[in-house]
Ligand binder design. Structure first.
Ligand code: HEM
Ligand code: CU
Length: 570
């Protein structure tokens, strides 16, 4: 059967099943998930470390995700700073070219799979139950499993460096270390293109693929949990029309995960078989290089929306709180989220305009790629209208939202240029692409995370952070982001290809500006970390739940009410 027909058939049957279940006589009640007639008991949580490794509480698991993501984010950030250090001079003098190749591979992989995705899963875990009026996620144990699969996957993906450190530590003890030294950091890029990834002899590449596979399973488990929670655990007062925008975007992103990640998983299994069992899925003669790119980007493009939709959600959620008005065009923000979700599966080949694909196919992918800019623009206009004439309060989360919108506009518009085939032929695989996606990934995604970390800090810790330092952090981050990534757009237009440790001397000044920008960004991260830790220790204890004066404008939302109940119980 034609795969598209099959795909549509599966989709239709899933929707029909879902409808049958909700409209039939045995309707699933959105009642918080208690089964009548069955007694439920609660137990005290054990103390200390045991609490954290045995917990199935959504808030605890949410915190675990956030802590893990902080560690991985810093680790990926150190990779980035090492790359920027190398790029200060045109020659590859600081690290070797091999190390540089490994650095951009692990940087990209760590940031996308082990930092960005877990941050949003963590926030979803913590805040979706209170936002939808449930007392926990639908499957608390699955929730814990999904989290605990991540540290071993991270270990597998980053084994090259970790095993080398272990080997160096145990060498003096006279223990055998050859196998440990043989595992070198992978240098195949986060896109794992064949034939390189197929031919690489480094055994770490297999561990890398297995690790990513494991993290994919974890991600799919977490996404299923989020979907089921939103569908079945809602309080009776929460319906689709008043479901908050953050939950809407998490729901859509989780739907994308369910369709996209299994594709990556299958593609990687075939690559593992090719590498280890002599199969020919990706043999050059059979057009394997193009096959990998198709399979990878069928996952890869939706993946960028899996990351950006929750960020859109946070911006849409936090922005109205500090402009004193409702989100303008709530319905359209939801519709555009769903539209992006569907369209994101129809644009993948815009990453392949420079391959020998049929030009007629390329043209259709160009058309859909340009079309996906429309719902993104709808959101941007809604945000601007929400700010317009509002009673603006420039708190740290607000500055991050406004900064995120501005960097997203630049990042998004540069994407529209890339979506145009003739322009992409010139800019593909140059620094322009790196500038484009970082303006979005750092610009709006990381900014939304910072906004959320400040906005919800009182709920997460029961204390208040240092607001002046936070506002300074926001401004520093905006300057740092533009300073780091705009020069890359210029470097790309001048023709500098990406993923090289060395480059012709004429590009040095712009590269150095970019490194200065990165240092500023990194300093900002230091300010954030200091604020988070120090305020947790000595910040003012919150006694009134309405920290942000949200009652005044009728925006004291469910998670704050939940927090208020928690405070009054103390
Ligand atoms: C306005 C909508 C967007 C359009 C039209 C667009 C278009 C494109 C195109 C055509 C490319 C391929 C460039 C090339 O390799 O020659 C690309 C690359 C990329 N874009 Fe976008 N983009 C959009 C939004 C986004 C968003 C929201 C994200 C991230 C959340 C993103 C992340 C990326 C990444 C990571 C790559 C590079 C992948 C790689 O080669 O490693 N883009 N974009
Ligand atoms: Cu894409």
């Amino acid at each position: 059967m034609n795969p598209t027909v099959l795909f549509v058939a599966v989709l239709i049957s899933l929707v029909t099943l879902a409808l049958l279940r909700t409209t039939g006589s045995k309707r699933l009640l959105a009642d918080g998930g208690y089964i009548e007639g069955v007694e439920t008991t609660t137990r005290e949580k054990p103390a200390g470390i045991l609490r954290w490794i045995t917990t199935v509480d959504h808030a605890d698991i949410g915190l675990l995700y956030l802590i893990l993501a902080t560690v991985t984010g810093l680790w990926g950030g150190i990779d980035a700073m090492m790359m920027r250090t190398e790029l200060v001079t045109p020659e590859a003098t600081v690290w070797t070219a091999e190390t540089y190749n490994a650095l951009f591979t692990v940087h990209g992989t760590t940031m996308l799979f082990f930092f960005a995705t877990p941050v949003f899963t963590g926030l979803a875990n913590y805040f979706i139950p209170p936002l939808v009026g449930a007392d926990d996620m639908a499957f608390p144990r699955v929730n814990a499993i999904a989290f605990w699969l991540l540290p071993p996957s991270l270990f597998l993906v980053r084994a090259g460096l970790i095993t080398e450190v272990i080997a160096k530590v145990i060498t003096p003890l006279g223990l055998p270390t050859r196998a440990l030294f043989a595992i070198e950091p992978p240098a195949i890029g986060w896109t794992m293109y064949t034939p390189l990834s197929r031919a690489a002899t480094n055994p770490e590449v297999d561990l890398f693929l297995l690790g990513l596979h494991l993290s994919g399973i974890a991600t799919v488990l977490a996404a299923s949990n989020i979907i089921v929670t939103i569908f079945t655990e809602r309080d009776s007062s929460v319906n689709w029309a008043n479901l908050d925008i953050f939950s809407w975007t998490m729901l859509t992103a989780s739907g994308l995960i369910i369709f996209a990640f299994p594709m990556l998983g299958s593609a990687m299994i075939m690559l593992l078989l090719d590498r280890n069992f002599g199969t020919f899925f990706y043999s050059l003669e059979a057009g394997g290089a193009a096959l990998w790119q198709h399979l990878f980007w069928f996952f890869g493009h939706p993946e960028v929306y899996i990351l950006v939709l929750p960020a859109f959600g946070i911006v849409s959620y936090v922005l109205p709180k500090f402009t004193g008005r409702k989100l303008f065009g709530f319905k359209f923000v939801v519709y555009s989220t769903l539209a992006i979700g569907v369209l994101s599966f129809g644009v993948w080949a815009h990453h392949m305009f420079t391959t020998g694909m049929d030009p007629r196919l390329k043209a259709s992918f160009m058309a859909v790629s340009l079309a996906i800019a429309v719902p993104s623009a709808v959101k941007t206009f809604n945000w601007i209208t929400t700010i317009y004439n509002g009673k603006i309060r420039l708190t740290a989360p607000m500055i991050f939202c406004v900064g995120g919108i501005s960097t997203f506009i630049v990042g998004g518009v540069t994407g529209v240029f890339l979506a145009s085939i003739p322009i992409d032929l010139l800019l593909h695989d140059t620094y322009y692409v790196v500038g484009h996606f970082h303006l979005i990934l750092v610009g709006i995604i990381v900014f939304a995370m910072f906004a959320a970390s400040y906005f919800w800090y009182p709920i997460l810790t029961g204390r208040m952070f240092n607001q002046r330092l936070a506002r300074a952090h926001a401004w520093v981050s905006i300057v740092g982001t533009f300073l780091t990534f705009s020069p890359m757009l210029l470097l790309g237009m001048m023709g500098l290809p990406r993923r090289y440790a060395a480059y012709p001397a004429e590009f040095a000044p712009l590269q150095q500006v970019s490194t200065v920008g990165a240092l500023i960004l990194f300093a900002g991260v230091g300010m954030w970390l200091w604020n988070m830790i120090q305020s947790y220790r000595v910040g003012a204890v919150v006694t009134d739940a309405d920290v942000w004066d949200l009652r005044e404008t009728g925006q004291f939302s469910r998670e704050w009410e939940w927090f208020e109940r928690k405070l009054s119980r103390k």
